[in-house]
Ligand binder design. Structure first.
Ligand SMILES: [Zn+2]
Ligand SMILES: [Zn+2]
Length: 229
């Protein structure tokens, strides 16, 4: 199943309306990929074979479970169980450690993680390229508040793809990241101050949201299954 990345989503999500536009891109992509594994398309042989081989990580299993196709999840889980079960064999004290290591590796992968990473890699490259190629995008980039730390790291890493604008791209990323941290630091401070009995009253709204914002800035946004139309 092919998932197509679109620069249109980048244009739409790169604005000051969120904590991290890369997270918005990621949760959108992740939700749509998960949705594909809840659709009829996954019943095709090639897709079933991939699910059997890689399975789902716990986060993506949980995500699929929140969706509306429990039958699909059960069928995929059942065939994956057969694959895993074939690997469960008798062992002995001499080879059990090696066998356990090999077995553990079977559970590291995930078909949704793989598909998501394949697409996000292209999104990170595309953002840097757009910054290098398009004056209008560079102006729009100014409206962004900042990024979560994991995505900041990946944008920094991809900066050379902005070509002759790479240096400017890094400078803009740096200043956005610093000012976003400054705002968060102030909000966290206002929030903690509100616990002081002398403060009297609720902290401002931005301070009340400071821990939710911290969750996104440190770890990125949680994915959700998109609403079916
Ligand atoms: Zn992010
Ligand atoms: Zn996963």
């Amino acid at each position: 199943m092919a998932y197509n990345i679109s620069t249109m989503h980048i244009w739409r999500l790169f604005n000051g309306d969120c904590v991290c536009p890369m997270c918005k891109l990621k949760t959108k992509t992740e939700g749509e990929i998960a949705e594909m594994y809840l659709s009829e398309a996954v019943m095709e042989d090639a897709e079933r074979a991939k699910v059997n081989k890689y399975g789902f990580c716990k986060d993506h299993f949980d995500l699929l479970y929140t969706g509306k196709n429990k039958l699909g999840v059960a069928l995929q889980t059942s065939t994956r169980l057969n694959t895993v079960n074939k690997l469960i064999k008798p062992t002995d004290p001499k080879s059990c450690a090696k066998y356990a290591k090999k077995l553990r590796e079977e559970f590291i992968d995930c078909i949704i993680c793989r598909t998501l990473e394949f697409n996000m890699k292209r999104y990170f490259e595309t953002v840097a390229r757009l910054y290098g190629d398009d004056e209008k995008f560079r102006r729009q980039f100014e409206t962004v508040k900042g990024f979560c730390y994991p995505d900041y790291i990946r944008l920094v890493e991809n900066a050379p793809k902005a070509g002759k604008y790479a240096k400017q791209f890094l400078e803009v990323l740096y200043s956005k990241q610093k000012s976003q941290a400054e705002t968060l630091s102030k909000d966290l401070n206002d929030f903690t101050m509100a616990f002081d009995y002398r403060s009297g009253g609720l902290p401002p709204k931005s301070a009340q949201l400071s821990l939710i914002k911290s969750r996104i800035i440190f770890y990125g946004e949680k994915p959700t299954i998109p609403e079916r139309k």
